[in-house]
Design a protein around this ligand. Sequence first.
Ligand code: SF4
Length: 160
Amino acid sequence: MLKPNIVILDEPTSGLDLSVQATVLGVLDGLRKRLGLTYLFVSHDLSVVKRMCEQVAIMYLGRIVEMGATDEIFARPRHPYTQALLAAVPRLEPGSLHDTPALPGEPPSASTARSGCAFRMRCSFAAPNCSQARPPLISMGNQHMAACVRLNEIEAAAGN
Ligand code: SF4
C-alpha cells in the first residue's frame, strides 16, 4: 500500500449516512488530487459516481453495456439499461417519483443470458435480432460506446 498508483474502491460509501458519506468522499477526493491517484470506483449510487468519476462503465450481468465520459453518459445515455437506471434516480420535483417507470422483470440468471443481449427480456426496444448474438460495444465517437444492436432506432425514437 506504499505509494500506490491505482486504488480500487468497492462501494466505499455503502451504508453511510449522507453527512459521513460527504466527509469520506471529500477525503478521497483530496487524497486523489494530492497523491495523483487513479481510483477504480465501484458503486450502485449514481449520484456518487457523478461526483467522483471522470469515466464510467455501466455493467449489466457482469458485462459492460455502456462506457464513456461521465458527463456524456449522464447527459446522453444511449443503452436502454443506462437510460432506465438514470430515469430511476429519485428527483425532488413534485410528482417525479410517480413519473418514473419501473424497470420490468428481474435480471435473468447468467445461464439463461448466455446468448444474445442479456437485457432483452426487460428491454422495451427488444426485437428478434437482439437474441441472435451478444451485442459488441459500438463506438459513437467522443469515446462513448454502447453494446446494443438498435442504437439508431433508439436514437430516432428519442428524436435526436
Ligand atoms: S440489443 Fe436489443 S434487447 Fe439489448 S439493449 Fe439493445 S434493443 Fe435492447
